[in-house]
Design a protein. Structure first.
Lengths: 140, 456, 368
């Protein structure tokens, strides 16, 4: 679906830190949403922590950089980091090119799938939230 | 489809440009010639180059193959516009076969980079032109590059066993072999060596490699008379010993290096740098004994041997940067590479000095005297029309002098644009006609680096 | 709109002095990456020669081309014809801005002025260290503060462990970097720094960032500082640290510390005390290859910048097989850390950070 001009595909969960989550078997895949990647500009670096790292929903666990901007990456769910998108190591720009597909960032084995309830799925809710984000941070 | 679209289709958008600011550097080399190309591409395979050349041939668009662009004679200037094919991305060493004594490289491999890898295995590709830190093997082959080791080890031509070339039709051809000897069919390999990119684009080169000499010793001798230095040189070359290096530097050159680097060189009319090399110290020293003996008997003002390895390398660095260091002494310069039979070196040295004096134009002379090849560097100001006229006259007289001494216009830089007007001084009508015919046969549409050497 | 460069006589002469020998191709980090002549010194000298001769007008393309340089000076030290291309490029950048071709650093200048740092961060981290009077002041700069905070924390901890009596000030960006990218230092910010520093009645300013060090030492806006300016390696070189490592350690010379400031020995003296197993990369000291973050390149061409760091890191690993790479520059540190691949096991630190960690490990061992 298209919300305020930005892509927010159906079937994904969205958090308020501008990351998305998708269920893949018993894992959760996460990445950055379309608004955030556009605002960030050309992404040049994503920190890729070692597998096994313990993550907590809503807490930052690594960094992302574009040109002069540095941002934090927040986990969409609590659990264990089991995989990173190694393509991002030499081509972090994939996040700009295809943030929901080839630009996926991390795969997590969740402690509790139910935590996904804390994320947004209703387009109306997402739209309200996105509007306030745009009002506060602007658009590119 | 437009040319631009076609080229982009072949090499990709990032490897094509027609932006003016990127084309400006491609309008120049290390000579005084200038002309804009229309586009430039950075292919990374022979197949891409073949497609580009086929397209260019079909549409009669000139192409100019280019390596590092350090040509001193306008060899890579796109005088008729067209497409620059920059081979710098094709810089992989494909094979180093020590047991078969050859190395096979893509044309964009930098000369020193190859030698760095070979040295790890105790081998070397001896020709080392002054530009070896940046010049590419493809460029070295296209100009039959020489270098300071020429006195003993010859030039690039002596080491090229085989090539892969893209012909002006766009066909890919292999020549030669990877064997030490081959006399099967016409020697097409040597046709392309020294052809300055006018018969095809060299994409791969198979080179013979030598064991790296284990020891070397360098001596320095200064002279109060240019003639004495010249005599010392040709006498050494006929002494029974072949020094690995036999270089001369004149007064102007010496002063420039002394003033602009931290290398302490003496004030003298001329200085000789000589080196002997070999497998054992005894051999190296014995050869140097002979060389020193001859240097001594020609009235030197001073002789000494280099203190240590660092000292030795500094001397070679100074020699290899000589022409660029001299660039500080004037706004502009033209660097030539006239070559004569070795015994005529003293006459050439004195003759150049006389021409310089007569026209009031400074000429610094240095070079590979050991193989008869001198580099007169004519210093002038390109923005001064009158000086430029005098420079051209000086250059012409130097060429005529060299020819009169049974020499040649160019020992290693090539004819390019700079010497094209003088070709008939050296080559008679029969030779010129056959060379032109060969060019026409291989390149009927005259797209391959056209306008060079007065041969198209 | 005028299209002519206003470079002075000396620089114009230097541009014609370029013999176009091309030797700079062998040492230029951007050329090494792109193989495009416009990215290296010769290409730029030729470009400027044509502009000077009126053959080419200044355009947006020309302005952009001038930004593609880290000003590392490797070309300068290797140029047989005696040209200093990076100095001319910086002057040309100013010229071109003066002709109306602003670049992305104009915005950065506004951000620096408004927020006191190059990143537009609203808060400046308070290191929790004493402010006010002390014989030494530690100045850490923007890159350390906002991109490598952990390293700065370790440096502070080291100085504390060594019982150095130092204070910190409410820093704002030294803003010298504006001069390299076509603009001018922010006088207000310089004045703020000078005021704050003079208030402390300290004798010596210790800078961790080699670029801040150069600005404080050389820029006219800091002429009246009244403090001696030292880079932290100069300050620490005579001290003993009481700790060693057996790991194989190597050192990368930051361009701003090495070629630009001539500080090569001090970092090495420190390293030799703590790491007897020290090995130099082949391309080192005056010939060290740049990490890619200087001259504004990390801002103007960040992908190139990190690629260059990746190449340099690969080179260092291949040439030394070291377990630890040390440097003492927040920008080099950041670029290397961004560039390092997961499979590369080399550890990367600033020297001061590394010593602080060694002391911490030693402390743990003794406690156990």
């Amino acid at each position: 679906m298209n919300i305020e001009g930005y892509e927010f595909p159906d079937g994904l969960y969205y958090d308020k830190n501008h990351f998305w989550a998708r269920v893949e078997g018993d894992l959760v895949v996460m990445g950055m949403n379309d608004y955030a990647q556009k605002m960030a500009g050309s992404i040049v670096y994503v920190g890729l922590p070692p597998e096994g790292k313990k993550l907590i929903q809503g807490k930052s666990f690594t960094k992302i950089e574009s040109g002069k901007w540095l941002g934090k990456v927040f986990s969409v769910i609590s659990g264990e980091l089991v995989a990173v998108n190694e393509e991002l190591e030499k081509r972090a720009k994939l996040i700009n090119e295809d943030c929901y597909g080839k630009g996926w960032m991390f795969k997590i084995k969740p402690d509790n799938m139910n935590e996904l309830k804390n994320l947004m799925t209703d387009p109306a809710v997402i739209q309200e939230w996105l509007k306030t984000e745009i009002a506060e941070h602007g658009e590119k | 489809m437009s040319s631009m679209q076609k080229l982009i289709e072949i090499v990709g958008e990032e490897n094509f440009t027609d932006k003016i600011e990127e084309l400006v550097p491609y309008s120049y080399d290390a000579s005084m010639n200038v002309h804009r190309p229309d586009a430039a591409v950075w292919p990374d395979s022979t197949e891409q180059i073949a497609e580009i050349v086929k397209f260019a041939s079909d549409h009669k668009i000139p192409v100019v193959p280019r390596g590092a662009g350090t040509s001193l004679s306008g060899g890579v200037i796109p005088i008729k516009g067209g497409i620059i094919i920059d081979l710098s991305r094709m810089n992989r060493i494909l094979e180093m076969s020590i047991e078969n004594r050859y190395a096979r490289v893509q044309a964009g491999v930098v000369c020193d980079d190859l030698n760095r890898e070979l040295a790890k295995r105790g081998f070397t590709f001896p020709p080392d032109p002054a530009s070896s830190t940046v010049s590419t093997i493809g460029g070295n082959v296209a100009t039959n590059a020489g270098g300071i080791k020429g006195a003993k080890y010859g030039t690039t031509r002596d080491y090229v066993l085989g090539l892969q070339v893209v012909l002006p039709t766009g066909e890919i051809m292999r020549t030669g072999s990877c064997t030490m000897k081959c006399v099967s069919g016409y020697d097409l390999t040597k046709l392309f060596v020294g052809a300055e990119g006018t018969l095809g684009v060299i994409t791969e080169v198979t080179l013979k490699i030598n064991p790296l000499p284990r020891h070397a010793m360098t001596a320095v001798a200064t002279y109060a008379r240019l003639e004495d230095a010249g005599k010392a040189i040709f006498q050494t070359m006929t002494s029974g010993v072949l020094p690995s290096v036999m270089e001369i530097l004149d007064k102007v050159t010496l002063r420039s290096i002394k003033e602009n680097t931290d290398i302490d060189l003496p004030d003298a009319e001329a200085m000789i740098l000589a080196e002997t090399d070999g497998y054992t110290w005894e051999e190296v020293e014995a050869q140097m004994e002979v060389v020193l003996g001859i240097l001594k008997q020609n009235n030197p003002t001073e002789i000494k041997t280099a203190k240590d390895e660092k000292d030795r390398l500094n001397l070679w660095k100074a020699r290899k940067s000589a022409y660029a260091t001299l660039a500080r002494a004037s706004t502009s310069f033209v660097l030539d590479d006239v070559t004569v039979p070795i015994s005529r070196i003293p006459e050439l040295l004195v003759g150049i000095q006389e021409i310089s004096k007569r026209y009031g134009i400074v000429v610094a002379t240095f070079g590979h005297a050991g193989d008869g090849n001198l580099h007169p560097q004519i210093l002038y100001d390109e923005y001064d029309r009158e000086q430029t006229d005098r420079m051209e006259k000086v250059e012409e007289e130097i060429f005529r002098l060299a020819i009169s001494l049974k020499g040649t216009l160019s020992g290693e830089h090539g004819i390019g644009l700079s010497k094209a007007n003088y070709m008939t001084l050296e080559h008679d009508a029969v030779e010129m006609a056959l060379m032109k015919q060969i060019k026409r046969t291989l390149d009927p549409n005259n797209i391959m680096n056209p306008g060079k050497r007065a041969l198209d | 709109m005028a299209t002519q460069l206003q470079l002075d006589e000396k620089r114009r002469k230097a541009i014609t002095q370029c013999s176009r020998c091309g030797f700079c191709r062998a040492v230029c980090p951007i050329f090494d990456l792109t193989k495009r002549p416009i990215t290296n010194a010769r290409g730029k000298m030729i470009l400027m020669k044509e502009v000077m001769e009126g053959k080419l007008p200044v355009t947006e393309g020309v302005a952009q081309a001038l930004l593609r340089c880290t000003t590392c000076m490797n070309c300068t030290v290797n140029c047989p014809s005696g040209v200093d291309p990076q100095e001319i490029i910086k002057a040309a950048r100013k010229d071109v801005v003066g002709l109306g071709y602003d670049n992305l650093f104009k915005k950065m200048g506004e951000v620096v002025e408004k927020y006191g740092n190059i990143y537009g961060e609203e808060e400046r981290y308070d290191w929790g260290h004493k402010k006010g009077s002390a014989p030494y002041i530690l100045f850490v700069g923007c890159v350390g503060t906002y991109r490598e905070e952990e390293s700065v924390e370790e440096t502070i901890r080291l100085l504390d462990l060594l019982k150095i009596d130092f204070a910190m000030i409410d820093e704002v960006c030294c803003s010298g970097v504006m001069e390299d990218v076509g603009y001018k230092i922010k006088e207000e910010l310089a004045r703020h720094n000078v005021r704050e520093l003079q208030k402390t009645s300290a004798k010596t300013l210790i800078a961790t960032c080699p670029y801040c060090y150069r600005v404080f030492k050389e820029h006219p806006s800091y002429r009246n500082l009244g403090l001696e300016v030292k880079h932290i390696t100069q300050f620490l070189k005579d001290l003993d640290f009481g700790v060693k490592t057996n790991k194989k350690v190597t050192y990368h010379d930051p361009c701003d510390l090495g070629r630009h400031s001539g500080i090569y020995d001090e970092p090495r003296e420190i390293i030799r005390k703590i790491a007897p197993n020290f090995v130099e990369p082949k391309r080192t000291r005056e010939n060290a290859m740049c990490c890619g973050s200087g001259g504004g390149l990390r801002g103007s061409f960040p992908e190139d910048s990190i690629e260059i760091a990746r190449n340099r890191l690969g080179q260092i690993i291949e040439e030394t097989r070291a377990e630890v790479l040390l440097t003492e520059c927040p920008s080099c540190l950041h670029n290397f850390r961004n560039a390092k691949l997961r499979r590369q096991k080399i550890e990367i630190y600033n020297i001061t950070e590394f010593i602080a960690k060694l002391l911490q490990d030693q402390g743990k061992k003794e406690a156990a």
